[in-house]
Design a protein around this ligand. Structure first.
Ligand SMILES: Cc1cc2nc3c(=O)[nH]c(=O)nc-3n(C[C@H](O)[C@H](O)[C@H](O)COP(=O)(O)OP(=O)(O)OC[C@H]3O[C@@H](n4cnc5c(N)ncnc54)[C@H](O)[C@@H]3O)c2cc1C
Length: 389
């Protein structure tokens, strides 16, 4: 069994200075109070248009983000690629409202998809559907609420833009992943993604949907997708994640008086996540997998399912992935063992990346063990290097 905690391999590409600043950063975000204050201050700064770059850029931003533009990500991308860890460049922008903003986001996403075709270090492109339309429209479509004629035009443009990104992915020869976000919007996204898979996934999985396995309806949806694949003779691409919006979803369900879409316990989510991986490996002729997690158990479970099925470590249609700045012990040790590994490498202006950064800080502070583990490994590696001097 592979050692996922070999710190020498995990931090091989990091300089001493980078390790020390990562240590400093994780020591700060391990405090829930600090992270709550950060969340409050950042939303205030965004509302009041206060300058925040001076504080965020040398700290959180530098640790979790590749740069403001695609080209600024290349140094980080190339360093990781030397160790066989690839990058999925993730243009970060959330909650766009104006049509002009949507259009410039679309142009950047198109640029990102085209760029994926130019680099062996980039195996996929990705986008967030909410960057291309408004929340209102997505929610209405998901709940079958009629659209005004203006909204209908806007929605048609949205579908057209997604179709264009998928066409560009075909031209680039790299698959494209469609992120999952709030439960409220997901029905609309699922429907469009199925249409795109019908159109583009005849020979291979060009389009990947995302299944958030904290939702208790997703194992049924997976079965539906397998049937869908058989019925239409297409390949399904699936990114598996646990889901990033649990607190928000539960609070909304309570407020809206509908049952929470999220499992009651973490164990239920973990079981569903691993079961989905097992089913996918069993059906690897129909399902291409991108497993996005920082959870060792799930990574080890996926490796076991692959082995039981007789698949080689580098089976081309199974990827394991983490976020840039997190769980390097998994990414680099798993890549060293020959599996396909990628890191989501976000890029964008500081203001636009801020909500993403706050989510990362919250996640790291909420999962106390994870932060403690990052700190412990960073400390061990710093000590190990010192002992060699
Ligand atoms: C490459 C990559 C891409 C990603 N893309 C997306 C995306 O498109 N959409 C998205 O929503 N998220 C995305 N995420 C984030 C992901 O959903 C998780 O929030 C994050 O990875 C933490 O889960 P984990 O499996 O890494 O680790 P773990 O620490 O094992 O799991 C934490 C997660 O478990 C679940 N959980 C925790 N407590 C409970 C509980 N009491 N009951 C039920 N469930 C619980 C929650 O989902 C929580 O985030 C992505 C993550 C990665 C690594």
């Amino acid at each position: 069994m592979i050692d996922l905690n070999n710190i020498e391999i995990a931090f091989k590409i990091k300089t001493d200075k980078e390790l020390k600043s990562a240590y400093f950063l994780f020591s700060i975000i391990k405090s829930p109070f600090t992270v709550r204050s950060l969340g409050f201050l950042s939303s205030l700064a965004l509302k009041m248009r206060l300058p925040v770059a001076w504080a965020v850029k040398p700290t959180l931003y530098r640790h979790f983000v590749g740069g403001e533009a695609i080209e600024e990500c290349f140094p980080a991308m190339n360093r990781m690629f030397v160790e066989n860890v690839k990058s999925v460049l993730d243009f970060s922008i959330e909650a766009v409202k104006e049509e002009s903003e949507i259009d410039s986001t679309f142009q950047e996403l198109k640029h990102s998809v085209i760029n994926s075709g130019k680099h062996a270090a980039i195996p996929f492109s990705v986008f967030k559907p909410t960057a291309l339309t408004t929340h209102d429209i997505l929610k209405k479509v998901s709940f079958n609420t009629p659209l005004t004629s203006e909204e209908q035009v806007s929605y048609n443009n949205f579908v057209q833009r997604i179709d264009t990104l998928c066409t560009e992915a075909v031209k680039a020869g790299k698959p494209i992943m469609i992120d999952a976000e709030d439960y409220w919007f997901q029905k609309a996204i699922d429907n469009i993604t199925e249409d795109m898979m019908l159109k583009y996934n005849k020979k291979t999985a060009v389009v990947y949907t995302t299944l958030q396995m904290y939702r208790h309806d997703r194992l049924d949806y997976l079965q539906y997708l397998i049937e869908f694949s058989k019925r239409h003779n297409i390949i399904i691409g699936i990114k598996y994640v646990r889901g990033a919006y649990m607190e928000k979803e539960r609070a909304r369900a309570l407020e809206g008086g509908y049952p929470s879409p999220i499992y009651l316990t973490k164990r239920d989510t973990d079981n569903a996540f691993n079961e989905a991986l097992r089913i996918s490996v069993e059906n690897c002729d129909r399902i291409h997998v991108f497993c996005g997690t920082h959870n060792d158990e799930s990574i080890l479970a996926l490796m076991k399912y692959m082995k039981n099925k007789g698949l080689p470590n580098d089976f081309p249609t199974i990827y394991m992935a983490q976020l840039y700045g997190m769980s390097d012990n998994l990414s680099f040790n798993v890549a060293k063992a020959g599996y396909n590994v990628a890191k989501y490498l976000p890029y964008g202006e500081v203001r636009n990346v801020l909500p993403y950064l706050v989510r990362r800080a919250e996640e790291n502070s909420a999962i106390a063990n994870q932060t403690a583990r990052e700190l412990m490994m960073l400390e061990q590696e710093l000590k190990r290097r010192k002992s060699l001097k």
